[in-house]
Design a protein around this ligand. Sequence first.
Ligand code: NAI
Ligand code: MG
Length: 368
Amino acid sequence: MATFNLLLLPGDGIGPEVMNEVKRVAFWFNETGVVSFNIDEDLVGGCAYDEYGEPITDAAMQRATAADAVMLGAVGGPKWDGVPYDKRPEAGLLRLRRDLGLFANLRPAICYPALADSSSLKREVVEGLDIMIVRELTGGAYFGEPKEVVTLEDGQQRAVDTQVYTSSEIERIARVAFDLARKRRNLVHSAEKRNVMRTGVLWNEVVTRVHQDSYSDVELTHILADNCAMQLVRWPKQFDVIVTDNLFGDMLSDEAAMLTGSLGMLPSASLGEAQASGRKRAMYEPVHGSAPDIAGKGIANPIAMLASFAMALRYSFDLAEEADMLERAITSVLDQGLRTGDIMQEGMSRVGTDEMGKAIVAALEAQA
Ligand code: NAI
Ligand code: MG
């Protein structure tokens, strides 16, 4: 039986509440006897600052490095507004992403049939939607040097951010996108601005070369990033995998995510290089934050966190069948009419965090 080491970092606010439901589901998988998760837990964010004076300790970082996958809840909240900049809760998250080398951010946008009317777009535009945005996460304009503000002789200020990409950075993110596409609908759109940016020209050339050399079975389309933004709201179902840089990916992933409704539904994965074991460093987290306005009330939607766990099953553990089961269980509870407050609709049954988690386990049970 395959054994996997999971590190849970529940964090702050609703983080621990939604992470409880990951434990419930992981324990259920343990009981089926198909797979065994060793579960370890540590602090990150404001709670770690309160306990240790650091948003993540070196010991927790070591555990994260050794784990087969990290599940993160959420960090932050008004309680830590006055904390020094380098100790703020988000610094723990950034250290995890940086030190684990998580260069590939995967953000799916999935439209659950039961929620197709919650979108701001028409039902027929979003029904059945299943897009994966692959955003480069450790390069580009957010990290390039020089990055500075200088005062000029005439007293004006001049700010500079630099968009930098090397061919190897582009190649490794392109490979992630092509590999994903092969497990999906075999279609990749690569979005850049080759018409006005040198990095766009290089991006286009490298993606074309990687495609020709190793992935000619996948259908590749180059698209200008601004057109991609338009097409996402015009007819999003034309897309399967979209690969793009850090800056465009920030915008396009938020745009794609919101085609489908609530923040409480959206998972993400951040992947690094393959290790000697063959497994990639990886961290999975919901897109939402710590939701201090509803924390401690037991009403948070655990679906984004559980869908993030489904991504871990699929991308870290190669448990595609179990990932499908969990995703079907989520679809099934929505079809049954169960809704947390954030996705509540007229005539549906309002449930809390743990009721939703229990219903999802029952829906897993029904498939076993
Ligand atoms: P947020 O995502 O925490 O909340 C935005 C709104 O969505 C709130 O009304 C919240 O109640 C609701 N919401 C979010 N997740 C939900 C869920 N699972 N179920 C039901 N409702 C949900 O974003 P906000 O309010 O901007 O930030 C709150 C704190 O979280 C801040 O300290 C922020 O820095 C932090 N944050 C942390 C992130 C992370 O850990 N990755 C990401 C975004 C924000
Ligand atoms: Mg963003």
